[in-house]
Ligand binder design. Structure first.
Ligand code: DGL
Length: 285
């Protein structure tokens, strides 16, 4: 039987991880949960974020019963992996900025880390840099605007390149530009073409998608991608609004069958923070 994966993010960023999983795994059942009620996670305090993710994701997994959970969010992974692993019996795979591979391939020894403001400030990220930067200088930009632009792109709004350029202008103006840029937020690979056009062909953009997918394949003992059957893909969000309606085409393009509001009643264990909304609606069947 095809494995069942749960993938979690604050928004559509986790879909960049789904794209990597698709390349690596082929066929699998997918339950994708995004917590748009508290989006953007990059602006949340650490204790609020940890409590929220545990209160939401643990009952979600207990109800959906996936074989494996991917926290497809750097901002959350830098703080929730340990408590989540203590609370769940399934494997939990997280995503953290690809500092190590970036430093390994950098020629100029100047790399850029593009992430959310929270990820930039995390002690986990600082430790990653101390441990793996290996004589590289790591320039950092924390941007929530970039996360929002990626959300808008998936709701069919063309990103404004001048706006994107202004977000990374400090690096564009620098005497020596980073030759490798780490996309340290899962939303940013969704803007790979636009960022690639802005930085130019001498800058490589690296993300953690392939490494996450390989780790998932190893844990599930999948040797090669299988494509024989169609498995159910259901998306769940925590707040219904105009944006969630406008995302359906992007989810559909990735093979999703449904995009639903997650209800308290959908969870066999109630979410203690009571943040889930209560009016049911399935967008598309
Ligand atoms: N996609 C997320 C990440 O990888 C979070 C973006 C946000 O909600 O701020 O960090």
């Amino acid at each position: 039987m095809a494995p069942h994966l749960a993938v979690f993010d604050s928004g559509v960023g986790g879909l960049s991880i789904v794209q990597s999983l698709d390349r690596q795994l082929g066929n699998y059942q997918l339950s994708y949960l995004f917590d748009n009620a508290l989006f953007p996670y990059g602006e949340l305090g650490e204790s609020t974020l940890v409590a929220r993710v545990l209160n939401l994701v643990v009952p979600f997994c207990q109800t959906q019963r996936p074989d494996l959970l991917v926290i497809a969010c750097n901002t959350a992974s830098t703080v929730v992996l340990k408590p989540l692993r203590q609370m769940l019996s399934i494997p939990v795979v997280g995503v953290v900025p690809a500092i190590k591979p970036a430093c390994e391939i950098s020629q100029s020894k100047i790399i850029g880390l593009l992430a959310t403001p929270a990820t930039i400030g995390r002690s986990y990220t600082k430790q990653l840099i101390e441990r793996f930067s290996n004589h590289c200088t790591v320039l950092k930009i924390g941007s929530t605007e970039l996360v929002e632009i990626a959300e808008q792109k998936l709701s069919a709004q063309t990103p404004d390149l001048e706006h994107l350029r202004s977000i990374v202008s400090a690096w564009l103006k620098a005497k020596v530009q980073p030759d490798v840029v780490v996309l340290g937020c899962t939303h940013f690979p969704l803007l790979r073409n636009e960022l690639g056009a802005i930085f130019g062909k001498n800058t490589r953009l690296v993300d953690s998608g392939q490494a996450v997918a390989k780790r998932v394949a190893t844990l599930l003992d999948i040797k090669q991608a299988a494509h024989q059957q169609n498995c159910l893909r259901v998306g769940y969000y925590t707040k219904k609004n105009a944006h969630t309606n406008s995302l359906w085409a992007s989810f559909n393009a990735l093979g999703f069958n449904e995009l639903n509001l997650l209800l308290e009643n959908d969870l066999c264990v109630r979410s203690p923070d009571g943040l889930l909304v209560s009016d049911a609606e399935t967008l598309v069947h």
